[in-house]
Design a protein around this ligand. Structure first.
Ligand code: TRP
Length: 453
C-alpha cells in the first residue's frame, strides 16, 4: 500500500523534467530578462548572465537536485538529515524556503497583470500609441486598485488550487499541459520574428558585447538574476527533486533544464526586441516593457498582432503559473510533512499571507498608497523583488554550496552522482561547489555592498 502511495506521488521522468523547467522558465525569462537587458545596456548583462549560468548556476542546480533526490524530504529536514555535523544549525538553511513566499507576493501580482492583458488582447484593446498604452498600464497600476485586487485574487486562488492537488494531480498535470504549449508558442513567435526585418537589430542588441558596460551593479544583478531564473537558492528545485524517481539522471536533467531556460530567455529577448524595433528605435526600459511597449508593437501589426498578443500573454501566464506553484510547494511540504499541518490548512494560511503582502505590494504602486509604502529609494513592490533576487537567493546559494562542499562527506555525493557523472565531471562540479560558487558569489555581494571599497 505504501509503495502504491509513493508511486502516485512521484513525478514521472518527463513530468519531472517539465516541472523543473516549468519552475525555471517564468516571469524571470520573459518579463524580467528582456527589461533588465534594456536597463543594463544590452549585451554586457547578457554575457555576465550566460557566464554565471554556466559556471555557477548549473552546479547549484545539480546541488539542489542531489540534496532533494538523496534526502527525499522537505527542505528543512533535508539539511538536517544529510549534514555530517551541526545538524541544528544547517536545518535553518531550509527555512530559506519561506523566502519563496516573499517572491510569490509580487510574482502573483504580476500574474494578475497578465490575466488583465489577456482580456485586453482578446477584446482588442491594445493601443498603437505609446502614450495611450502607457496610460493604460499606469492607469491600471496607479488608480485601478479594485481590478488589480480582483486579478491578483484569481491568481493566488489558482496557484493555491493547483498546489493543493499535490505533486502528481496538481503540479505534474499542470506542467504536462502548459509547458509543451509554451514551447510551441515561443518557437512560433521566434520563426515569425526571424522573418521580420528588425530581427538582425535585436540580435545585435543582445549579442554584440561591450565589456566597458559591466560594473559591480551589472554583476550583482546578473548573478541574482541567474539564480532567480534557474529557481535556485530557496529549495524549490530541492523540493521537486525529493519527489523525483530515485534513479533520475541528475546531471543530464540539470543541463537540459539550464539549456531550456536559457533558450527561452534568449528567444523571448529576440522576439520582444524584434517586435519593438519594428515599431520604435529605442529599446524601452523597465518593468513596463512587455506591458507598455510590446502591446503597441502588437497593435501596430493589425489583425496578426492581435493574434500574436493573445498567444504571447497566454504563454506568459503559463510560464508564470508553472513557476509560481514551484515557489509555493516548498513551504507547503515543510508545513505538511515536518509540522504535520493539514494540506488544506497550510495552503489557506500561506495563501492568505501571500495575498495580503501581495496586496500591499500592489498598493505600493498606486497613487493613493505609494507614499506610505515607499521606503528609501524603492516602493514595497521593488523592495520585495530586490531583497529576494539580489540578496536572499545569492545567500541561499552560498549556503547550499558551503553545505555540500564542507559539511557533507564527498563520498556520499560521489555515490549519489556516480550514475550520471564521470569522475572527471564530478571533480569539476565538486570544485565549482566548493570554491567557485561560494567565493564568486560572496565576492560579488561584498563588492556591491561597498565593503571592498
Ligand atoms: N525561475 C522562475 C522565473 O524565472 C521564478 C522562480 C520559480 C523562482 N521558483 C523559484 C525563483 C524559486 C527563485 C526561487 O520566473
Amino acid at each position: 500500500k505504501k509503495e502504491k502511495f509513493m508511486k502516485v506521488n512521484y513525478f514521472s521522468r518527463i513530468g519531472f523534467i517539465l516541472a523543473v523547467s516549468g519552475s525555471a522558465i517564468g516571469l524571470g525569462n520573459i518579463w524580467k530578462f528582456p527589461y533588465m537587458v534594456g536597463e543594463m545596456g544590452g549585451s554586457a548583462f547578457v554575457l555576465v548572465y550566460l557566464l554565471t549560468v554556466a559556471l555557477i548556476g548549473i552546479s547549484l542546480l545539480i546541488a539542489e537536485m542531489v540534496i532533494g533526490n538523496y534526502s527525499r524530504s522537505d527542505s528543512i529536514t533535508s539539511f538536517e538529515k544529510i549534514s555530517r555535523n551541526n545538524k541544528t544549525a544547517w536545518k535553518f538553511v531550509g527555512f530559506s524556503s519561506f523566502s519563496g513566499l516573499l517572491i510569490l507576493t509580487f510574482y502573483s501580482v504580476v500574474i494578475g497583470w497578465i490575466f488583465y492583458y489577456i482580456i485586453k488582447s482578446l477584446t482588442q484593446n491594445l493601443s498603437v500609441s505609446l502614450t495611450t498604452s502607457e496610460e493604460m498600464f499606469s492607469g491600471f497600476l496607479q488608480n485601478d486598485i479594485l481590478s488589480q485586487m480582483f486579478f491578483h485574487l484569481i491568481s493566488v486562488l489558482l496557484i493555491c488550487a493547483i498546489v493543493y492537488k499535490g505533486i502528481k494531480k496538481g503540479i505534474e498535470t499542470t506542467n504536462l499541459l502548459m509547458m509543451p504549449l509554451l514551447f510551441i508558442i515561443f518557437l512560433g513567435l521566434l520563426f515569425y520574428s526571424i522573418s521580420l526585418p528588425t530581427f538582425g537589430k535585436a540580435w545585435h542588441f543582445l549579442f554584440d558585447y561591450d565589456f566597458a558596460k559591466i560594473d559591480s551593479n551589472t554583476l550583482l544583478m546578473a548573478v541574482g538574476h541567474s539564480f532567480f531564473t534557474l529557481s535556485i537558492g530557496m529549495g524549490a528545485i530541492l523540493t521537486y527533486s525529493a519527489s523525483s524517481a530515485k534513479e533520475t539522471n541528475i546531471f543530464k536533467d540539470a543541463v537540459l533544464v539550464a539549456f531550456l531556460d536559457t533558450a527561452i530567455a534568449l528567444i523571448a529577448g529576440l522576439v520582444i526586441f524584434t517586435f519593438l524595433f519594428g515599431f520604435t528605435d529605442k529599446a524601452a526600459k523597465g518593468p513596463g516593457l512587455v506591458f507598455i511597449s510590446l502591446p503597441t508593437a502588437f497593435a501596430a501589426m493589425g489583425a496578426m498582432g492581435t493574434l500574436i498578443a493573445i498567444f504571447f500573454f497566454i504563454a506568459l501566464s503559463f510560464a508564470a503559473i508553472t513557476s509560481a506553484i514551484s515557489i509555493l510547494e516548498p513551504s507547503i511540504k515543510i508545513a505538511t510533512e515536518r509540522y504535520k499541518i493539514g494540506r488544506k490548512k497550510a495552503i489557506m494560511i500561506f495563501g492568505a499571507i501571500v495575498y495580503i503582502i501581495g496586496l500591499m505590494a500592489l498598493l505600493s504602486n498606486s497613487k493613493d498608497f505609494s507614499q506610505i509604502l515607499t521606503f528609501g529609494s524603492k516602493n514595497l513592490f521593488d523592495w520585495l523583488d530586490y531583497l529576494t533576487t539580489a540578496i536572499l537567493l545569492p545567500i541561499g546559494g552560498i549556503a547550499i554550496s558551503i553545505f555540500l562542499g564542507y559539511f557533507v562527506p564527498k563520498e556520499v555525493l560521489r555515490n549519489q552522482l556516480s550514475r550520471s557523472m564521470s569522475t572527471k565531471v564530478f571533480d569539476i562540479w565538486y570544485f565549482s561547489i566548493k570554491f567557485i560558487a561560494p567565493i564568486g558569489v560572496i565576492f560579488i555581494l561584498l563588492n556591491e555592498s561597498g565593503l571592498l571599497g
